[in-house]
Design a protein around this ligand. Structure first.
Ligand SMILES: *Cc1c(COP(=O)(O)O)cnc(C)c1O
Length: 215
């Protein structure tokens, strides 16, 4: 699929759901993609990109971002505390705030820098042992803790279990965000971004549908 097709489907789905397409941000997930796949997407005007790994984001975007004014990097993958500083320097948003230790580290660095990227708390809606994220039962408490630390939490993020219907997970995330007064919902990937938009996603993270399969 081309970037144009994805954009059109995002806009159509938003309108069908009675939403303003401008309220849905496409995060083009460029992780593990060769530059030859990323350049045409930049040239087509896409400016918000998602990267899983801080190191990879630095390598790619350190050189590329200055050539394309307005580029924004969102860190969407698990973040080690020793990479938190670098993540804050490169990213305008972090979608994977998933534990108290990371919250404390980000808070300390935010104080030091006087700035902090927008933060999404990742919720492990499927309660999968191998997956990052706070458990649903802990989400409200964790959001409150982050606010106590003055962290700019703007929303919640989830990655539903691969084998399940994602809709109940999207619904759960939306309810959680609502009761915590959070406007942002980072949910939906290549296979399910339309279902996510129908359920309120404000940020869809789409990789392979734009760039092709990763190696
Ligand atoms: C890789 C990744 C995506 C994009 O997945 P696609 O299926 O290629 O669209 C989205 N979110 C996260 C957290 C990812 O790691």
């Amino acid at each position: 699929m081309s970037l144009d097709t994805i954009r059109r489907r995002i806009a159509e789905t938003a309108r069908e759901a009675g939403r303003d397409p401008a309220d849905v941000t496409l995060v083009a997930v460029s992780k593990m993609q060769p530059e030859s796949h990323v350049l045409p997407v930049l040239e087509a005007g896409q400016r918000v990109f998602g990267e899983n790994r801080v190191q990879e984001a630095q390598n790619r975007w350190g050189a590329l971002a200055p050539r394309f004014p307005g580029v924004e990097i969102h860190v969407i993958g698990p973040l080690q505390t020793n990479k938190a500083r670098a993540a804050m320097e490169i990213a305008s948003a972090i979608h994977s705030l998933d534990r108290p230790k990371l919250a404390e580290t980000l808070a300390r660095l935010a104080q030091e820098r006087g700035a902090c990227p927008d933060l999404f708390v990742q919720v492990n809606t499927g309660e999968e042992p191998q997956k990052a994220g706070v458990l649903p039962a802990e989400a409200d408490g964790f959001v409150a803790r982050c606010r106590d630390l003055d962290l700019p939490v703007v929303g919640l993020m989830c990655i539903p279990p691969a084998e399940e219907d994602p809709a109940p997970h999207f619904d759960m995330l939306r309810e959680m965000a609502g009761r915590n007064g959070l406007a942002g919902l980072s949910m939906g990937m290549s296979g399910d971004f339309e279902a996510a938009i129908a359920r309120g996603a404000t940020h869809v993270r789409v990789g392979s549908a734009i760039f092709g399969a990763r190696d």
